[in-house]
Design a binder for this molecule. Structure first.
Ligand code: HEM
Length: 232
């Protein structure tokens, strides 16, 4: 008989989502499969939270939106940290698992690809929110006390952005450790190409505004406010 806990958590279904010991090509395949599954679950939750953050911003619920981004930041931290489990796998064991993977690649991760599609609506929601409150991004950064709530919101978004970059960097470190930096990958592209992804940002205007602010303090060629997301 199943317990209430088992029915609620759906442990039976959950724990049959991994290959059985007989089906596995090697001992480490269970760790490989579980880490990927857990990462997909955290990404599922992060996507729900980001969708909520967008709705909250459109409703001017600034502090709640900030808290939602803070949760996503925690999730990004876990996603990066959990890569460490696979650093305990030997390169040799990975090649055995990889042979069973066929043409499968992390590039096909539905959660990751949906996360990459998140920024445009979030950026639009932030832009509209700032416009409704009559505050420019640069003005807000020049004087956070103008609107501490809006400033804290943008900082929480920067945390998420940085967390995502860290996750990608942790993955790149794992890849280098397991297959080396110049080994051709499953899709024919060298793992070195992942370095480009690490440099990508989700919310460019929140990084550009820092450069604009820097110009306030350090003489140099002037940076138009427009480059910092229409800040004024
Ligand atoms: C032994 C561990 C791992 C190795 C050796 C590895 C290797 C690679 C390589 C070589 C690529 C480049 C594309 C390709 O050839 O498929 C890649 C992409 C990717 N992998 Fe992994 N991976 C590992 C674990 C993971 C885990 C645990 C995740 C969990 C989410 C993951 C998610 C991804 C994603 C999302 C991409 C696409 C990244 C991008 O386009 O920037 N990988 N991986």
């Amino acid at each position: 008989m199943t317990t209430e806990y088992e029915r609620y958590i759906r442990t039976e279904a959950l724990l049959t989502l991994q290959k059985t010991a007989d089906e596995r090509v090697c001992h480490d395949e269970l760790a490989f499969q579980i880490v990927h599954q857990v990462e997909e679950l955290w990404m599922k939750l992060a996507l729900e939270e980001l969708a909520l953050a967008e709705r909250l911003m459109t409703q001017d619920r600034i502090n709640e939106a900030r808290d939602t981004f803070s949760r996503v930041h925690v999730l990004m931290g876990l996603m990066g940290e959990q890569m460490r489990v696979l650093e305990t796998m030997s390169p040799r064991a990975y090649f055995v698992v990889r042979a069973a993977l066929g043409r499968g690649s992390g590039q096909e991760s539905p959660g990751f690809n949906q996360l990459l599609a998140c920024p445009p609506p979030l950026r639009a929601a932030l832009k509209a929110l700032l416009a409704r409150h009559g505050v420019g991004l640069l003005a807000l950064h020049r004087d956070p006390s103008l609107r501490p709530d809006l400033f804290a919101l943008t900082e929480a978004m920067v945390d998420v952005d940085e967390g995502f970059q860290r996750f990608r960097y942790r993955h790149l470190s794992l890849v280098r450790r397991i297959i080396g930096g110049r080994t051709p990958s499953l899709k024919g592209a060298p793992a070195e190409l992942l370095e480009h992804g690490v440099k990508q940002v989700l919310f460019p205007e929140l990084w550009l505004v820092r450069e604009a602010l820097f110009r306030d303090f350090v003489p140099g060629p002037s940076l138009e406010d427009d480059e910092a997301g229409g800040a004024h």
